[in-house]
Design a protein around this ligand. Sequence first.
Ligand code: SAM
Ligand code: SF4
Length: 431
Amino acid sequence: MNEYDSNRIYDLTKKVNYTKTDRIDEADCYVLNTCHIREKATDKVYHDVGRVKKKFKDKKKPIVIVTGCVAQAEGEILLKREKYIDAVIGPQSFHQLNNTIVQIEKNFKRQNVTNFDVINKFDTLNQIKNSCNKVSSFLTIQEGCDKFCKFCVVPYTRGAEYSRSMKELLIEAEELADNGAREIILLGQNVNAYDYNGKKLSDIIHEISKIKKLKRIRYTTSHPIDFTNDLINTHASSNKLMPLIHLPVQSGSNKILKSMNRKHTIKDYLTLVDKLKKINPNIEFSSDFIIGFPGETEIDFNETVKLMKKVEYINSFSFIFSPRPGTPAAKMIKVDDSLSKKRLKIFQEIAGGIKLKYRQNLFGKKALVLFENRMKNTNKFFGRDEYSNAVVVRSDEDLIGKIKEVKIVNGNQNTLFGEDYHKFNKKEYAA
Ligand code: SAM
Ligand code: SF4
């Protein structure tokens, strides 16, 4: 979502005559768009501001603005601790960026803009064309969260759930397709909680599918409790919806899920996985896991390992619990750091083994790859298969924006390497 926001911030600032630059030593204004989901992100802000400060030691100070969730959560602290920062702007107020820049240019005092103004934000952004011209483009359809998982800052930094109108989303999706998008990734902190006057995520998928130039649709991140039957059915009825579902579970232990306030059990989760597999057997899953949540015992951890082995996630994101200031879990008794680290290592080894086995199984088989870009100074093209696996193929033909049948020849944990399927005898390959 921050990538989407950063692009929109750029679209906005063009109105006050700023443009992107690669010559970062000469920038007149820095906008650091930040994430607050885990602790390291905040440290990075201070580090990055420090780097700018150093670069401009003997030059005129540029404008430095911190936007995003760190600004929302720690705005006052940032302004106090780092005098080099001119303004902090929360994720629901970044439409006020241009005013802020103009005021700083006029030597107004430092600014703290952290009101929750999501309606005005999107009203402003809807007037400005989305200039993103990537083959795979993000489109935020929903923001914020009302679920209050005990570990998570999102309800405090992005605010309450808000769904954008279907009409504005379709206009933006058309815009992106006209700019060259062939895939759209619908975004939301709880993307499947989307509800605009009764219109659901499944309605958006069906409407967006009608845009001819768009070939693929994905969505992220969905919460298990918002997975309604209409969305499940869309995985059978839409041929543009990709078969990889990111379905965060966080833990395999019912006790921990309850303590996290996740509002479902492992049985509920597995029932949902089964339903989805039944409606479309090609579906695979990826997930997020938090290791070492307060109260996690060896038994709870083993339940998480058991779930990983049962679902055989083809990709996963696992992190040690990071206490976020202001969240209920920050006050709970932490699992010993060294124990959490040990568990994370074990977990990631098991998850990595499952992923590797899955990937090795793809060798020699055919994949449908949408190519996104050419790798610098080579004739290699980067794309993704239907399961979002990164695939690199050598080709003399310009593949950008095209979907090609590719034979996967080998690969590692991060990248698969393929060949143009049609250059070879089709019979050689498995279907
Ligand atoms: N809304 C999605 C859901 O409920 O599944 C998740 C969105 S959250 C912004 C992205 C991921 O960050 C979560 O799935 C969780 O694994 C991770 N995360 C959030 N807070 C965390 C914390 N305090 N410590 C470690 N990981 C955290
Ligand atoms: Fe955070 Fe997701 Fe829980 Fe909302 S549902 S509080 S975004 S983890």
